[in-house]
Structure formats: C-alpha cells, structure tokens
Design a protein around this ligand. Structure first.
Ligand code: SF4
Length: 215
C-alpha cells in the first residue's frame, strides 16, 4: 500500500505493513454502542490492541494492510477522519472546582474547528478552572474557565520546543471566546506556511499580528 492510497486519518506504523486508526471521540466521550463497535472490530479483525492516546482518544493499532479497508468500513462514521481535536476536562458536569462548563464549550469548539481548513493540525484544551487539567496553555487553542468568563490562549505547544500560549482575551463569554478563536485562526489560515503549527507561526510573525486581527 503506497502512502497516497492510505485512507485519510490512517497512520502507517513504524513496523512495515502495519497501520493504526483513531476513531473520532470528541472530548473523550464514547457511547456504549460506539464502544461495542470498537470491541467488535478489534475481535473480528483480530487486532492486537487498543491504546488510549494523550488526546483522550482510542487508537486501534497493528492493522495489516489487507484488513485496513475492512476496519475503516466497519467503523463507519466512527472512523471519520478528525484532523483537529479538542480535549476537555469534566468541568461543571462533575468537578467541584469547576467555574465553567468545559464539556459544552469543548463540544462547540470541536464542531467549529472541524469546519475549518487550516495549515496544520490544531489541538485544543478546554479547562473548567485555572487548575488547567486540559493543559490549555500548551495547546494551539486553550480555554480556561474563571469566575467571570473564559481566558482564551493561542499558540501553545507541548512538543520538543515547548511554548506557553499567549493570552488573547480574558473574562469573555462562550460566544466571544469562539469569536476570538475564529479571528486568531483566520489570520493563522491566511499567513501561516503549510504545516506550520500555531506556536511556530506566532514565533515567526509575532503575537501582535494575531492581536490586531481580533477587532
Ligand atoms: S481544570 Fe478545574 S474543573 Fe477541570 S477537572 Fe481540573 S480542577 Fe476540575
């Protein structure tokens, strides 16, 4: 199987001839029915295992090339490619520390991000309070809930060259937070080089360019 013929979202593993697929699980949530499908696929195709990723998703690993199409087809909509993803903490759904509903906000952000075509993968972290359990300051987009609204962060990265994101707005409501994210990603989409992550983009052009786009 050539690189070009691999379905979008499928990753070639280090071992030649083996692939992995990461089903779409916004905010790490999965229904019993979806869990059943994943379990059935793993058993039916005798896959060696499933791994929980750092981004709150499940990765089906060790898929041989001749089973790949069958696995993707069997996963159905669950196997949809999801380039940008959002991790969120439980927020007000269950955490006593929470100031904001990070799950609801994360769901809106996830839906919004996946309508966009961007130069590179965008990861987002939505935390319901300043304990920042979703690592909002080291994600491309970060939201952190406080008593009077969201703090919006842009350009963070937790990779080899760690970067703490810049605060674009504070104490904003859900709609304004999404608007600010949209403006920042608008200038990123327009000015970034192909495959340039937001952290490297901000380092290159300066956060002032992003701030100027906020209106
Ligand atoms: S960030 Fe705050 S609200 Fe979210 S899980 Fe951590 S302590 Fe709870």
């Amino acid at each position: 199987m050539t690189k070009e013929s691999v379905p979008e979202g499928v990753l070639a593993q280090r071992q030649p001839g083996l692939y992995s697929v990461t089903p779409r699980m916004p905010l790490g949530r999965i229904t019993p029915e979806q869990l059943n499908i994943i379990n059935e696929v793993v058993q039916e195709f005798r896959l060696p295992g499933v791994r929980v990723t750092a981004g709150q998703r499940l990765k089906l690993q060790g898929i041989p090339a001749d089973k790949l199409d069958g696995v993707v087809e069997r996963l159905g909509p669950l196997g949809e490619f999801c380039k940008h993803y959002v991790q969120a903490c439980p927020g007000t759904t269950s955490c006593r520390m929470a100031m904001r509903d990070s799950m609801a906000m994360g769901a809106r952000l996830e839906e919004f991000l996946n309508t966009l075509t961007l130069p590179a993968k965008v990861k987002a972290g939505v935390s319901g309070c300043s304990m920042c359990c979703s690592e909002s300051f080291v994600r491309d987009i970060g939201l952190m809930g406080k008593k009077h609204g969201w703090t919006v962060v842009f350009g963070g990265n937790a990779g080899r060259r760690v970067r703490t994101g810049d605060v674009l707005a504070e104490n904003v409501d859900d709609d304004e937070a999404l608007r600010v994210v949209g403006c920042a990603l608008g200038v990123y989409a327009l000015k970034a080089k192909p495959k340039e992550r937001t952290a490297r983009f901000v380092e290159r052009v300066g956060i002032e360019m992003v701030m100027a786009a906020l209106g």
